[in-house]
Design a protein around this ligand. Structure first.
Ligand code: BG6
Length: 480
């Protein structure tokens, strides 16, 4: 169903995120009929573009993002007609009265902070000072949400001085991914999995977020962040929470976020020998540069890869490790959660039949879907030999073309902001707890002067990550 008319202001409206993600997502939702007559989108940035200039910028952004197939020429014109633009200074007062004058009384005002984190506080203050904050104002804050626990606390405090928690939408776009929500549906919508979802039956869990790309022009930010801050503290932590949390009593924002928070607070501190850090280097015969060349910092010790063994000290998970790994410039783009079940307690088919384990694989990207490896008899007249076959819940096959179309995470999240639904957004205490767990790991590296292990572009990561598993008699399931 369509959302009521709203005013959506995109601060950083000419920036990279707005161009690549937010505006295409808005256009797709517009074409899907989700906006009612009168909805308005206002770009705000420093450049002196004017409304016509901004509409041209957006039309170009939609072409680049190949979003225009969502609608025809008439739809595009109608969408562009919803757009307006204000040139303003985030740190000064120029442009703010003009912005305030453009807003409509009595409707949802969503303010997207699609800007660097140093502007979050100035924007929040100016929204307040220029009388733009009403009860129906919401702000959307992108990562990075702080750099460590102290900075995240300070940021939460600044935002809390101007907004109620129910007005603050902290984005982790992984929560908007279709399969991530499906993970909750599979866990809590079926009888089949939940009774086995604990350390009695689950041997371990592997969460892999592998990327084939490098730092893509964001070297300056990335070199100060590294994979731990850029990916683990937020995206992998969220995936871990959804895998490990207790069933919330309902699918509502605080019920879900309370359960996630309990998981983060139950995480053990990570032992230094349970962490592998890596940094990519050029590989013979390939064109891609190594990380240090790519960011132009020949002495950088920033990690572009991390693998970790994580323990959760609670009744459900004690003794079942969760292995996390993420890295850039790996062999393929592939994000998968594998829940590896224990072996059957006894094989009646003898040793020759081999050891088999059920594995539930939740693939986030590409080729979203869920498969369950089950063991069956190899067909044929001989004795019983066991093989594994996938019970395949790949949506494209089960649901037809409709199932194959996955809305981008931002489409889902933008609509949730307009509707005021915070379930898929992080609460302030959750972000702080995640930093409280991450900080000692990073401080450990800094105090030991740790240098990441090199791994070649296009590989599966540093060999130490294989050792991390082998020491436990386990192995990573393939990245492809
Ligand atoms: C972002 C990180 O949050 O997520 C990037 O800053 C990373 O470094 C990106 O590339 C990955 O997102 P996705 O949706 O492509 O898996």
């Amino acid at each position: 169903t369509a959302v009521d008319p709203f005013d959506l202001v995109i601060f950083g409206g000419t920036g990279d995120l707005a161009r690549r993600k937010i505006l295409p997502a808005l256009y797709r939702r517009f074409c899907a009929g989700q906006f009612r007559e009168g909805a308005r989108i206002i770009g705000a940035a420093r450049a002196d573009l004017g409304t016509r200039g901004y509409r041209a910028f957006v039309a170009e952004a939609l072409r680049e993002a190949a979003a225009e197939e969502a609608g025809d020429a008439a739809a595009l014109d109608a969408f562009l007609a919803t757009l307006d633009y204000v040139s303003l200074d985030a740190r000064g007062d120029r442009g703010w009265p003009e912005l305030a004058a453009k807003l409509t009384e009595d409707r949802v005002r969503a303010c997207f902070f699609s800007v660097g984190p140093s502007l979050f506080a100035p924007l929040a203050e100016r929204l307040r000072r220029h009388g733009i904050v009403t009860d129906r104002t919401r702000i959307v804050v992108e990562k990075p949400f702080g750099h460590d626990l102290d900075s995240a606390r300070a940021l939460n405090a600044t935002l809390a001085a101007h907004f109620h928690e129910r007005q603050i939408f902290r984005i982790d776009h992984y929560l908007g991914k279709e399969t991530v929500q499906n993970l909750m549906a599979v866990r809590f919508g079926n009888m089949l999995f939940e009774p086995l979802w604990n350390s009695l039956f689950v041997d371990h869990v592997q969460i892999t977020v592998a990327e084939a790309v490098g730092v893509r022009g964001r070297g300056e930010y990335y070199d100060r962040a590294g994979a731990m801050r850029d990916m683990v503290q937020n995206h992998l932590m969220q995936l871990l929470c959804l895998i490990a949390m207790e069933p919330p009593s309902k699918f509502d924002p605080d019920a879900v976020r309370d359960e996630k928070l309990k998981v983060i607070r139950a995480l053990d501190p990570v032992q230094p020998h349970h962490i592998v850090r890596g940094q990519y280097v050029a590989a013979p015969g390939r064109d891609e540069p190594g990380y240090r060349e790519e960011v132009g910092n020949p002495r950088s010790t920033t990690e572009t890869y991390v693998a970790l063994k994580v323990g959760i000290s609670n009744w459900r998970w004690a003794g079942t490790p969760i292995y996390l790994r993420t890295g850039k410039r790996l062999v393929a783009r592939s994000s998968v959660i594998n829940v590896v079940f224990k072996h059957a307690p006894h094989s009646i088919f003898g040793e020759d039949a081999g050891q088999h384990a059920n594995i539930l694989s939740i693939r986030l990207q590409p080729n979203e879907g869920i498969t369950l490896q089950v063991t069956i008899k190899e067909p044929g007249p001989g004795g019983i030999r066991l093989i594994d076959v996938p019970l395949d819940m790949t949506f494209a096959e089960a649901l037809g073309p409709e199932g194959a179309h996955h809305p981008d995470a931002y489409e889902r999240l933008v609509v949730d902001v307009l509707r005021g639904n915070q379930t898929l957004f992080m609460r302030g205490d959750e972000v702080e707890a995640a930093w409280a767990w991450t900080d000692p790991i990073i401080e450990g590296w800094e105090s030991r002067g740790d240098v990441p292990k090199p791994y070649e572009v296009g590989s599966t990561g540093p060999t130490d990550a294989e050792l991390l598993m082998r020491r436990d008699n386990r192995r990573w399931l393939g990245i492809r």
